[in-house]
Design a protein around this ligand. Structure first.
Ligand code: ADP
Length: 463
Protein backbone atom coordinates (compact mmCIF):
# COMPACT_ATOMS: atom_id res chain seq x y z
CA UNK A 1 0.00 0.00 0.00
CA UNK A 2 2.82 2.39 0.87
CA UNK A 3 4.28 1.75 -2.53
CA UNK A 4 1.33 3.04 -4.53
CA UNK A 5 1.30 6.42 -2.78
CA UNK A 6 5.05 6.86 -3.11
CA UNK A 7 4.74 6.09 -6.82
CA UNK A 8 2.13 8.83 -7.16
CA UNK A 9 4.33 11.22 -5.17
CA UNK A 10 7.34 10.54 -7.39
CA UNK A 11 5.24 11.15 -10.47
CA UNK A 12 4.11 14.51 -9.12
CA UNK A 13 7.63 15.55 -8.10
CA UNK A 14 8.93 14.50 -11.50
CA UNK A 15 6.20 16.57 -13.09
CA UNK A 16 7.16 19.59 -10.96
CA UNK A 17 10.87 19.24 -11.79
CA UNK A 18 10.13 19.00 -15.51
CA UNK A 19 7.93 22.08 -15.26
CA UNK A 20 10.62 24.09 -13.42
CA UNK A 21 13.33 23.04 -15.90
CA UNK A 22 11.10 23.90 -18.81
CA UNK A 23 10.18 27.25 -17.30
CA UNK A 24 13.81 28.26 -16.74
CA UNK A 25 14.80 27.19 -20.26
CA UNK A 26 11.88 29.14 -21.60
CA UNK A 27 12.80 32.24 -19.57
CA UNK A 28 16.38 32.07 -20.86
CA UNK A 29 15.08 31.80 -24.36
CA UNK A 30 12.89 34.85 -23.84
CA UNK A 31 15.83 36.81 -22.37
CA UNK A 32 18.00 35.96 -25.29
CA UNK A 33 15.43 36.51 -27.97
CA UNK A 34 13.62 39.53 -26.62
CA UNK A 35 16.14 41.47 -24.57
CA UNK A 36 19.57 40.70 -26.01
CA UNK A 37 18.48 40.61 -29.63
CA UNK A 38 16.40 43.72 -29.14
CA UNK A 39 19.33 45.62 -27.61
CA UNK A 40 21.60 44.53 -30.42
CA UNK A 41 19.16 45.65 -33.07
CA UNK A 42 18.67 49.11 -31.56
CA UNK A 43 22.45 49.55 -31.18
CA UNK A 44 23.04 48.62 -34.80
CA UNK A 45 20.27 50.95 -35.84
CA UNK A 46 21.77 53.86 -33.89
CA UNK A 47 25.28 53.03 -35.14
CA UNK A 48 24.16 52.93 -38.74
CA UNK A 49 22.30 56.19 -38.41
CA UNK A 50 25.44 57.85 -37.08
CA UNK A 51 27.44 56.14 -39.78
CA UNK A 52 25.30 57.79 -42.43
CA UNK A 53 26.52 61.20 -41.19
CA UNK A 54 30.04 60.29 -42.22
CA UNK A 55 30.89 61.62 -45.65
CA UNK A 56 34.21 59.93 -46.28
CA UNK A 57 37.72 61.08 -45.96
CA UNK A 58 39.45 61.58 -42.65
CA UNK A 59 37.23 61.29 -39.60
CA UNK A 60 37.01 64.85 -38.31
CA UNK A 61 37.04 66.00 -34.69
CA UNK A 62 33.68 67.47 -35.40
CA UNK A 63 32.28 64.07 -36.32
CA UNK A 64 33.78 62.49 -33.23
CA UNK A 65 32.20 65.19 -31.06
CA UNK A 66 28.87 64.83 -32.78
CA UNK A 67 28.86 61.11 -32.11
CA UNK A 68 29.82 61.65 -28.50
CA UNK A 69 27.02 64.21 -28.14
CA UNK A 70 24.67 61.40 -28.84
CA UNK A 71 25.58 59.81 -25.50
CA UNK A 72 23.36 62.36 -23.85
CA UNK A 73 20.22 61.01 -25.49
CA UNK A 74 21.03 57.35 -25.64
CA UNK A 75 21.03 54.54 -23.13
CA UNK A 76 24.08 53.14 -24.90
CA UNK A 77 27.60 54.49 -24.71
CA UNK A 78 28.65 55.67 -28.15
CA UNK A 79 31.85 57.12 -29.45
CA UNK A 80 33.91 57.26 -32.59
CA UNK A 81 37.64 56.72 -32.95
CA UNK A 82 39.93 57.13 -35.90
CA UNK A 83 42.26 54.36 -34.92
CA UNK A 84 40.73 51.31 -33.30
CA UNK A 85 43.83 51.08 -31.14
CA UNK A 86 42.66 54.21 -29.32
CA UNK A 87 39.61 52.32 -28.06
CA UNK A 88 41.10 51.25 -24.78
CA UNK A 89 41.48 54.93 -23.83
CA UNK A 90 37.78 55.53 -24.29
CA UNK A 91 36.18 52.60 -22.49
CA UNK A 92 36.27 51.96 -18.75
CA UNK A 93 37.35 48.37 -19.28
CA UNK A 94 40.21 46.49 -20.87
CA UNK A 95 40.00 45.98 -24.59
CA UNK A 96 42.36 43.81 -26.46
CA UNK A 97 42.26 45.15 -29.94
CA UNK A 98 43.55 41.97 -31.57
CA UNK A 99 40.91 39.74 -30.09
CA UNK A 100 38.22 42.34 -30.67
CA UNK A 101 38.94 42.75 -34.35
CA UNK A 102 40.60 39.75 -35.90
CA UNK A 103 41.15 39.25 -39.62
CA UNK A 104 37.65 37.91 -40.16
CA UNK A 105 36.05 40.91 -38.41
CA UNK A 106 38.30 43.25 -40.30
CA UNK A 107 37.11 41.86 -43.60
CA UNK A 108 33.51 42.29 -42.50
CA UNK A 109 34.14 45.87 -41.40
CA UNK A 110 35.82 46.73 -44.72
CA UNK A 111 32.66 45.53 -46.44
CA UNK A 112 30.83 48.14 -44.38
CA UNK A 113 29.01 45.64 -42.18
CA UNK A 114 28.70 46.05 -38.39
CA UNK A 115 29.95 43.44 -35.98
CA UNK A 116 28.53 42.48 -32.60
CA UNK A 117 30.35 41.08 -29.57
CA UNK A 118 29.03 39.86 -26.27
CA UNK A 119 31.44 39.19 -23.45
CA UNK A 120 31.66 39.23 -19.69
CA UNK A 121 33.27 42.32 -18.17
CA UNK A 122 34.55 42.11 -14.63
CA UNK A 123 34.45 45.86 -14.29
CA UNK A 124 30.66 45.79 -14.62
CA UNK A 125 30.22 42.32 -13.26
CA UNK A 126 27.97 41.54 -16.10
CA UNK A 127 27.81 40.79 -19.81
CA UNK A 128 28.57 43.66 -22.13
CA UNK A 129 27.24 43.83 -25.62
CA UNK A 130 29.21 45.93 -28.05
CA UNK A 131 28.61 46.87 -31.67
CA UNK A 132 31.26 48.16 -34.01
CA UNK A 133 30.15 50.10 -37.07
CA UNK A 134 32.89 50.84 -39.62
CA UNK A 135 33.66 54.21 -41.19
CA UNK A 136 35.14 53.29 -44.54
CA UNK A 137 36.30 55.27 -47.49
CA UNK A 138 37.37 53.57 -50.67
CA UNK A 139 38.12 50.30 -49.00
CA UNK A 140 40.08 51.90 -46.21
CA UNK A 141 38.99 51.69 -42.62
CA UNK A 142 39.13 55.36 -41.57
CA UNK A 143 37.63 54.76 -38.14
CA UNK A 144 34.89 53.07 -36.23
CA UNK A 145 31.83 53.93 -34.23
CA UNK A 146 31.85 51.89 -31.04
CA UNK A 147 28.69 51.30 -29.03
CA UNK A 148 28.53 49.32 -25.87
CA UNK A 149 25.97 48.52 -23.28
CA UNK A 150 26.24 46.46 -20.09
CA UNK A 151 23.38 43.99 -20.26
CA UNK A 152 21.17 43.63 -17.22
CA UNK A 153 21.28 40.18 -15.72
CA UNK A 154 18.22 38.08 -16.18
CA UNK A 155 17.61 38.16 -12.43
CA UNK A 156 17.83 41.96 -12.32
CA UNK A 157 15.53 42.24 -15.27
CA UNK A 158 12.83 40.37 -13.50
CA UNK A 159 13.81 41.11 -9.94
CA UNK A 160 10.30 41.55 -8.56
CA UNK A 161 8.88 39.04 -10.90
CA UNK A 162 11.40 36.44 -9.77
CA UNK A 163 10.39 36.94 -6.15
CA UNK A 164 6.75 36.64 -7.11
CA UNK A 165 7.57 33.62 -9.25
CA UNK A 166 9.52 31.84 -6.52
CA UNK A 167 6.95 32.56 -3.86
CA UNK A 168 4.12 31.44 -6.10
CA UNK A 169 6.05 28.25 -6.88
CA UNK A 170 6.42 27.65 -3.13
CA UNK A 171 2.75 28.40 -2.45
CA UNK A 172 1.71 26.33 -5.44
CA UNK A 173 3.85 23.39 -4.34
CA UNK A 174 2.43 23.57 -0.84
CA UNK A 175 -1.13 23.73 -2.13
CA UNK A 176 -0.36 20.89 -4.52
CA UNK A 177 1.17 18.82 -1.74
CA UNK A 178 -1.87 19.50 0.45
CA UNK A 179 -4.38 18.49 -2.21
CA UNK A 180 -2.35 15.49 -3.33
CA UNK A 181 -2.10 14.40 0.31
CA UNK A 182 -5.85 14.80 0.74
CA UNK A 183 -6.59 13.14 -2.59
CA UNK A 184 -4.27 10.24 -1.91
CA UNK A 185 -5.85 9.77 1.50
CA UNK A 186 -9.21 9.70 -0.22
CA UNK A 187 -8.04 7.07 -2.70
CA UNK A 188 -6.04 5.01 -0.23
CA UNK A 189 -8.62 4.89 2.56
CA UNK A 190 -11.00 2.47 0.83
CA UNK A 191 -8.03 0.43 -0.39
CA UNK A 192 -6.67 0.18 3.16
CA UNK A 193 -10.14 -0.69 4.37
CA UNK A 194 -10.38 -3.42 1.73
CA UNK A 195 -7.02 -4.82 2.74
CA UNK A 196 -8.10 -5.03 6.38
CA UNK A 197 -11.39 -6.60 5.40
CA UNK A 198 -9.64 -9.23 3.27
CA UNK A 199 -7.34 -10.03 6.19
CA UNK A 200 -10.34 -10.41 8.50
CA UNK A 201 -12.06 -12.65 5.94
CA UNK A 202 -9.06 -14.94 5.72
CA UNK A 203 -9.16 -15.17 9.52
CA UNK A 204 -12.70 -16.52 9.15
CA UNK A 205 -14.68 -13.37 9.98
CA UNK A 206 -17.23 -13.56 7.14
CA UNK A 207 -19.38 -10.77 8.58
CA UNK A 208 -16.84 -8.16 7.43
CA UNK A 209 -18.10 -5.54 4.97
CA UNK A 210 -16.54 -2.35 3.60
CA UNK A 211 -18.09 1.08 3.00
CA UNK A 212 -18.85 1.85 -0.62
CA UNK A 213 -18.20 5.58 -0.79
CA UNK A 214 -17.72 6.15 -4.50
CA UNK A 215 -18.93 4.98 -7.89
CA UNK A 216 -15.46 4.63 -9.43
CA UNK A 217 -13.36 1.49 -9.92
CA UNK A 218 -12.54 1.34 -6.22
CA UNK A 219 -16.22 1.70 -5.33
CA UNK A 220 -17.01 -1.14 -7.75
CA UNK A 221 -14.25 -3.22 -6.19
CA UNK A 222 -15.67 -2.59 -2.71
CA UNK A 223 -19.13 -3.54 -3.94
CA UNK A 224 -17.81 -6.73 -5.50
CA UNK A 225 -16.00 -7.51 -2.26
CA UNK A 226 -19.20 -7.06 -0.23
CA UNK A 227 -21.11 -9.33 -2.59
CA UNK A 228 -18.39 -11.95 -2.35
CA UNK A 229 -18.35 -11.67 1.45
CA UNK A 230 -22.14 -12.07 1.59
CA UNK A 231 -21.95 -15.16 -0.64
CA UNK A 232 -19.21 -16.72 1.46
CA UNK A 233 -21.04 -15.89 4.68
CA UNK A 234 -24.26 -17.49 3.48
CA UNK A 235 -22.39 -20.56 2.24
CA UNK A 236 -20.63 -20.78 5.58
CA UNK A 237 -23.94 -20.54 7.43
CA UNK A 238 -25.47 -23.19 5.15
CA UNK A 239 -22.55 -25.47 5.88
CA UNK A 240 -22.90 -24.93 9.62
CA UNK A 241 -26.66 -25.64 9.61
CA UNK A 242 -26.08 -28.67 7.42
CA UNK A 243 -23.50 -30.07 9.84
CA UNK A 244 -25.72 -29.25 12.82
CA UNK A 245 -28.63 -31.08 11.16
CA UNK A 246 -26.49 -34.09 10.31
CA UNK A 247 -25.28 -34.36 13.92
CA UNK A 248 -28.83 -33.91 15.14
CA UNK A 249 -30.11 -36.63 12.77
CA UNK A 250 -27.46 -39.03 14.02
CA UNK A 251 -27.87 -38.23 17.68
CA UNK A 252 -31.34 -39.81 18.05
CA UNK A 253 -30.51 -43.26 16.60
CA UNK A 254 -27.19 -43.30 18.44
CA UNK A 255 -28.88 -42.58 21.76
CA UNK A 256 -31.45 -45.34 21.07
CA UNK A 257 -28.74 -47.85 20.20
CA UNK A 258 -26.65 -46.82 23.19
CA UNK A 259 -29.53 -46.93 25.66
CA UNK A 260 -30.97 -50.28 24.56
CA UNK A 261 -27.60 -51.99 24.20
CA UNK A 262 -26.68 -50.90 27.73
CA UNK A 263 -29.99 -52.21 29.02
CA UNK A 264 -29.38 -55.58 27.36
CA UNK A 265 -25.80 -55.70 28.61
CA UNK A 266 -26.87 -55.04 32.19
CA UNK A 267 -29.73 -57.57 31.88
CA UNK A 268 -32.32 -54.91 32.71
CA UNK A 269 -34.70 -56.35 30.15
CA UNK A 270 -35.70 -59.92 29.45
CA UNK A 271 -37.72 -62.02 27.06
CA UNK A 272 -39.98 -60.23 24.57
CA UNK A 273 -38.80 -56.80 25.74
CA UNK A 274 -35.26 -57.82 24.92
CA UNK A 275 -36.27 -59.07 21.47
CA UNK A 276 -38.06 -55.77 20.79
CA UNK A 277 -34.96 -53.86 21.90
CA UNK A 278 -32.74 -55.86 19.56
CA UNK A 279 -35.17 -55.19 16.71
CA UNK A 280 -35.11 -51.50 17.56
CA UNK A 281 -31.32 -51.42 17.58
CA UNK A 282 -31.37 -53.14 14.21
CA UNK A 283 -33.85 -50.60 12.82
CA UNK A 284 -31.84 -47.65 14.08
CA UNK A 285 -28.63 -49.09 12.67
CA UNK A 286 -30.38 -49.44 9.32
CA UNK A 287 -31.52 -45.85 9.54
CA UNK A 288 -27.98 -44.68 10.21
CA UNK A 289 -26.69 -46.77 7.36
CA UNK A 290 -29.26 -45.26 5.05
CA UNK A 291 -28.54 -41.75 6.27
CA UNK A 292 -24.80 -42.09 5.74
CA UNK A 293 -25.38 -43.59 2.29
CA UNK A 294 -27.65 -40.72 1.35
CA UNK A 295 -25.19 -38.18 2.67
CA UNK A 296 -22.53 -39.75 0.52
CA UNK A 297 -24.82 -39.61 -2.51
CA UNK A 298 -25.62 -35.99 -1.80
CA UNK A 299 -21.93 -35.16 -1.55
CA UNK A 300 -21.39 -36.79 -4.95
CA UNK A 301 -24.43 -35.33 -6.69
CA UNK A 302 -23.60 -31.87 -5.37
CA UNK A 303 -20.56 -31.62 -7.56
CA UNK A 304 -22.60 -30.68 -10.58
CA UNK A 305 -19.59 -29.29 -12.41
CA UNK A 306 -18.32 -32.83 -12.49
CA UNK A 307 -19.11 -34.48 -15.83
CA UNK A 308 -21.05 -37.71 -15.45
CA UNK A 309 -20.66 -40.69 -17.79
CA UNK A 310 -23.70 -40.85 -20.04
CA UNK A 311 -24.75 -43.26 -22.76
CA UNK A 312 -27.92 -43.79 -24.81
CA UNK A 313 -30.58 -45.61 -22.81
CA UNK A 314 -34.15 -46.78 -23.34
CA UNK A 315 -35.69 -44.87 -20.48
CA UNK A 316 -38.80 -47.08 -20.08
CA UNK A 317 -36.59 -50.03 -19.13
CA UNK A 318 -34.98 -48.13 -16.28
CA UNK A 319 -38.41 -47.14 -14.97
CA UNK A 320 -39.59 -50.77 -15.05
CA UNK A 321 -36.47 -51.95 -13.22
CA UNK A 322 -36.95 -49.30 -10.54
CA UNK A 323 -40.58 -50.31 -10.03
CA UNK A 324 -39.49 -53.96 -9.79
CA UNK A 325 -36.97 -53.12 -7.09
CA UNK A 326 -39.77 -51.53 -5.04
CA UNK A 327 -42.15 -54.49 -5.48
CA UNK A 328 -41.89 -55.56 -1.85
CA UNK A 329 -42.77 -52.16 -0.53
CA UNK A 330 -45.72 -51.67 -2.86
CA UNK A 331 -47.01 -55.15 -2.10
CA UNK A 332 -46.68 -54.46 1.60
CA UNK A 333 -48.87 -51.39 1.23
CA UNK A 334 -51.13 -53.05 -1.33
CA UNK A 335 -50.45 -50.21 -3.68
CA UNK A 336 -50.93 -50.79 -7.38
CA UNK A 337 -48.54 -49.18 -9.81
CA UNK A 338 -49.92 -48.41 -13.27
CA UNK A 339 -47.37 -48.00 -16.02
CA UNK A 340 -47.97 -46.24 -19.34
CA UNK A 341 -44.58 -46.05 -20.98
CA UNK A 342 -43.41 -45.06 -24.46
CA UNK A 343 -40.75 -47.68 -25.20
CA UNK A 344 -39.24 -45.74 -28.11
CA UNK A 345 -37.72 -42.95 -26.04
CA UNK A 346 -33.95 -42.82 -25.74
CA UNK A 347 -32.05 -40.42 -23.52
CA UNK A 348 -28.38 -39.80 -22.81
CA UNK A 349 -28.06 -40.78 -19.18
CA UNK A 350 -26.14 -42.56 -16.49
CA UNK A 351 -28.08 -45.72 -15.65
CA UNK A 352 -27.14 -45.83 -11.96
CA UNK A 353 -28.14 -42.26 -11.40
CA UNK A 354 -31.29 -42.40 -13.47
CA UNK A 355 -32.41 -45.45 -11.47
CA UNK A 356 -31.66 -43.61 -8.25
CA UNK A 357 -33.91 -40.74 -9.36
CA UNK A 358 -36.86 -43.03 -10.07
CA UNK A 359 -36.39 -45.17 -6.97
CA UNK A 360 -36.34 -42.13 -4.73
CA UNK A 361 -39.44 -40.57 -6.26
CA UNK A 362 -41.47 -43.79 -6.57
CA UNK A 363 -40.47 -44.87 -3.05
CA UNK A 364 -41.82 -41.53 -1.75
CA UNK A 365 -45.09 -42.12 -3.63
CA UNK A 366 -45.48 -45.54 -2.03
CA UNK A 367 -44.41 -44.29 1.39
CA UNK A 368 -46.82 -41.35 1.45
CA UNK A 369 -49.72 -43.25 -0.18
CA UNK A 370 -52.69 -44.64 1.60
CA UNK A 371 -53.16 -48.38 1.67
CA UNK A 372 -54.75 -49.89 -1.44
CA UNK A 373 -54.33 -46.76 -3.52
CA UNK A 374 -53.07 -46.30 -7.07
CA UNK A 375 -49.86 -44.82 -8.48
CA UNK A 376 -49.68 -43.81 -12.14
CA UNK A 377 -46.41 -43.57 -13.97
CA UNK A 378 -46.52 -42.03 -17.42
CA UNK A 379 -43.64 -41.65 -19.88
CA UNK A 380 -44.13 -39.63 -23.07
CA UNK A 381 -42.22 -37.38 -25.43
CA UNK A 382 -42.87 -33.67 -25.43
CA UNK A 383 -40.91 -30.82 -27.01
CA UNK A 384 -37.69 -32.81 -27.45
CA UNK A 385 -37.86 -34.13 -23.90
CA UNK A 386 -38.75 -37.36 -22.22
CA UNK A 387 -41.41 -36.42 -19.67
CA UNK A 388 -41.98 -38.75 -16.72
CA UNK A 389 -45.01 -38.11 -14.56
CA UNK A 390 -45.38 -39.92 -11.24
CA UNK A 391 -48.75 -39.37 -9.67
CA UNK A 392 -49.93 -40.82 -6.36
CA UNK A 393 -53.17 -40.61 -4.39
CA UNK A 394 -51.41 -40.12 -1.10
CA UNK A 395 -51.44 -37.60 1.68
CA UNK A 396 -50.15 -34.74 -0.48
CA UNK A 397 -47.90 -31.85 0.51
CA UNK A 398 -49.16 -28.55 1.97
CA UNK A 399 -48.69 -25.59 -0.43
CA UNK A 400 -46.51 -23.77 2.11
CA UNK A 401 -44.05 -26.67 2.26
CA UNK A 402 -43.81 -27.24 -1.51
CA UNK A 403 -41.00 -24.73 -2.20
CA UNK A 404 -38.77 -26.32 0.46
CA UNK A 405 -39.20 -30.05 0.04
CA UNK A 406 -36.13 -30.39 -2.19
CA UNK A 407 -33.92 -28.88 0.50
CA UNK A 408 -31.74 -31.32 2.47
CA UNK A 409 -33.42 -32.65 5.65
CA UNK A 410 -36.70 -30.88 4.91
CA UNK A 411 -39.65 -33.01 5.98
CA UNK A 412 -43.28 -32.00 6.10
CA UNK A 413 -44.11 -34.10 9.10
CA UNK A 414 -40.96 -34.94 11.02
CA UNK A 415 -42.56 -37.50 13.30
CA UNK A 416 -44.26 -39.45 10.54
CA UNK A 417 -41.38 -39.28 8.11
CA UNK A 418 -39.03 -40.55 10.79
CA UNK A 419 -41.28 -43.46 11.54
CA UNK A 420 -41.22 -44.18 7.78
CA UNK A 421 -37.46 -44.12 7.82
CA UNK A 422 -37.19 -40.92 5.74
CA UNK A 423 -34.27 -38.59 6.30
CA UNK A 424 -35.42 -35.71 4.13
CA UNK A 425 -32.47 -36.10 1.81
CA UNK A 426 -34.17 -38.06 -1.00
CA UNK A 427 -35.59 -35.19 -3.04
CA UNK A 428 -32.51 -33.00 -2.69
CA UNK A 429 -30.47 -35.86 -4.18
CA UNK A 430 -33.07 -36.24 -6.95
CA UNK A 431 -32.90 -32.53 -7.72
CA UNK A 432 -29.10 -32.63 -8.10
CA UNK A 433 -29.17 -35.80 -10.20
CA UNK A 434 -31.83 -34.43 -12.55
CA UNK A 435 -29.75 -31.28 -12.95
CA UNK A 436 -26.73 -33.39 -13.85
CA UNK A 437 -28.81 -34.82 -16.72
CA UNK A 438 -29.73 -31.28 -17.85
CA UNK A 439 -33.27 -32.05 -16.82
CA UNK A 440 -35.97 -30.43 -14.70
CA UNK A 441 -37.83 -31.50 -11.58
CA UNK A 442 -41.32 -30.19 -10.88
CA UNK A 443 -43.44 -31.09 -7.86
CA UNK A 444 -47.06 -30.19 -7.47
CA UNK A 445 -49.41 -31.48 -4.85
CA UNK A 446 -52.84 -31.19 -3.37
CA UNK A 447 -53.17 -31.87 0.33
CA UNK A 448 -55.16 -35.03 0.98
CA UNK A 449 -55.47 -35.84 -2.73
CA UNK A 450 -52.05 -36.68 -4.05
CA UNK A 451 -48.77 -35.54 -5.49
CA UNK A 452 -47.54 -35.03 -9.07
CA UNK A 453 -43.83 -35.31 -9.68
CA UNK A 454 -42.75 -34.36 -13.21
CA UNK A 455 -39.25 -35.05 -14.44
CA UNK A 456 -38.07 -33.86 -17.86
CA UNK A 457 -34.88 -35.14 -19.44
CA UNK A 458 -33.75 -34.10 -22.95
CA UNK A 459 -34.21 -36.82 -25.57
CA UNK A 460 -31.12 -37.98 -27.41
CA UNK A 461 -30.83 -36.03 -30.62
CA UNK A 462 -31.40 -38.17 -33.70
CA UNK A 463 -28.42 -38.49 -35.94
P1 ADP B 1 -37.81 -38.39 2.90
O1 ADP B 1 -36.61 -39.25 2.94
O2 ADP B 1 -38.22 -37.87 4.22
O3 ADP B 1 -38.94 -38.93 2.10
P2 ADP B 1 -37.54 -36.55 0.70
O4 ADP B 1 -36.53 -35.51 0.41
O5 ADP B 1 -37.66 -37.65 -0.29
O6 ADP B 1 -37.27 -37.07 2.15
O7 ADP B 1 -38.91 -35.81 0.80
C1 ADP B 1 -39.05 -34.67 1.60
C2 ADP B 1 -40.42 -34.54 2.19
O8 ADP B 1 -41.35 -34.27 1.17
C3 ADP B 1 -40.90 -35.80 2.82
O9 ADP B 1 -40.49 -35.85 4.16
C4 ADP B 1 -42.39 -35.68 2.69
O10 ADP B 1 -42.90 -34.91 3.77
C5 ADP B 1 -42.58 -34.92 1.44
N1 ADP B 1 -42.90 -35.79 0.27
C6 ADP B 1 -42.06 -36.23 -0.67
N2 ADP B 1 -42.70 -36.97 -1.60
C7 ADP B 1 -43.99 -37.00 -1.23
C8 ADP B 1 -45.18 -37.60 -1.78
N3 ADP B 1 -45.17 -38.35 -2.89
N4 ADP B 1 -46.34 -37.41 -1.12
C9 ADP B 1 -46.40 -36.67 -0.01
N5 ADP B 1 -45.30 -36.08 0.57
C10 ADP B 1 -44.12 -36.24 -0.04
Amino acid sequence: MKKLSSKIWSLIILFLVITVVFMSLFTNFLYDQLYVKDSEESMIEVGERLQSNYQGGKVTDEFVEKVEDFNMYSTFNVFAVRNPKELSACVPFEIDYDTLIGPEERRQLLKGEPITKIGYEERFEREVISVIVPLTDQNRLEGIIYLYYPLARITELANNEVIILISSVVVFSMLLAFFVHKGLGHIMRPLNELQHAVEKMSDGDYKTRVNVSSKDEIGKLSEAFNEMAAAIQSEDEDKKTFLATVSHELRTPISYVKGYSEAIQNNFIEGKEKDDAIQLIHREANRMERLTNELLQLAHSNRDQEKIDVYPMVISETIRESVDLLKNQSKHKEVEINLELDDSLIVQANEEKLKQIFINVIENSIRYSNKKSLIYILLKASGGNAVIEINDQGIGIPKDDLPYITEPFYRVNKARSRADGGSGLGLSIVKDLVKQHNGKLLIDSELGKGTYVTITIPLMEEL
